[in-house]
Design a protein around this ligand. Structure first.
Ligand code: ATP
Length: 229
């Protein structure tokens, strides 16, 4: 059974339709890359999955159950951990407070997050807003892990970061993939890094799923046609 399944999902911002038919499956423990050029609907799809935006049609199932009408906090309790675009950490709370605020019972606690990102341990008492961009991103990932999710959704987690920090974050994602049973839905611009983590990719164009398959099948033709690479 799929952990997450979207079938024919449509969504709109007021009168302006943004999703026209998104189909997407993530199995337990699987990593899927959600790709597409700018403005094609990736973040909107994430917002629908996390119940931050209502779908206007189609179906979203999590663990086989329709999430229609669920609040975003219920979605988080059900097991979706979101690392949103732009991080959205609590700037006035300390690193520790940011982590504790998200905590739910399970294998992930503050010590384990700090083990994954030792820099967060060094900065535990520092206000979130005073961290570097990379550290804030690590905190955003740590906070999502503290909810003990089954599916981690990463929306542009390495956007705008220095290459060395970007590598650190990808190393942590790869470690999570290797060491835990977590499933991932990952949006990122780096095809090379996505390929190192994800088994499959789903490509959106103008709000619709236009291609899906294994990375091995994502050849130059597909990349050129749908990703402009
Ligand atoms: P990017 O890679 O640039 O983040 P994306 O694939 O995530 O792009 P979305 O942000 O989901 O794309 O945008 C899909 C469409 O919805 C675009 O046409 C965009 O202009 C529109 N859109 C996004 N957010 C809003 C909003 N808050 N209000 C109105 N339209 C929006």
């Amino acid at each position: 059974m799929s952990l997450l399944r979207l079938t024919g999902v449509t969504a709109a911002y007021g009168p302006s339709q943004a999703l026209f038919g998104v189909n997407l499956d993530v199995a337990e423990g699987e990593a899927v890359a959600l790709m597409g050029r700018n403005g094609m609907g990736k973040t909107t799809t994430v917002r629908v999955i996390c119940r931050l935006l209502n779908a206007t049609g189609g179906q979203v199932l999590f663990c086989g159950e329709s999430v229609a009408g669920w609040s975003s906090s219920r979605m988080a309790r059900a097991g979706i951990g979101l690392v949103p675009e732009g991080r959205r950490i609590f700037r006035n709370l300390s690193v520790r407070e940011n982590l504790i605020a998200a905590a739910r019972p399970g294998a992930w606690d503050e010590a384990r997050v700090i083990d994954l990102f030792p820099r967060l341990g060094e900065r535990a008492a520092q206000a979130g807003g005073t961290l570097s961009g990379g550290e804030q991103q690590m905190l955003a990932i740590g906070r999502a892990l503290m909810t003990n999710p089954r599916l981690l959704v990463l929306d542009e987690a390495t956007e705008g970061l220095a290459p060395v920090i970007r590598q650190e974050i990808w190393a942590a994602i790869r470690q999570l993939k290797a060491d835990t049973g977590l499933a991932f839905l990952i949006i990122d611009k780096s095809v090379q890094e996505l390929r190192s983590v994800a088994e499959r990719t789903v490509i959106l164009e103008r709000g619709s799923t236009v291609w899906e398959g294994g990375f091995a099948e994502l050849d130059e033709g597909v990349a050129q046609r749908y990703l402009g690479l």
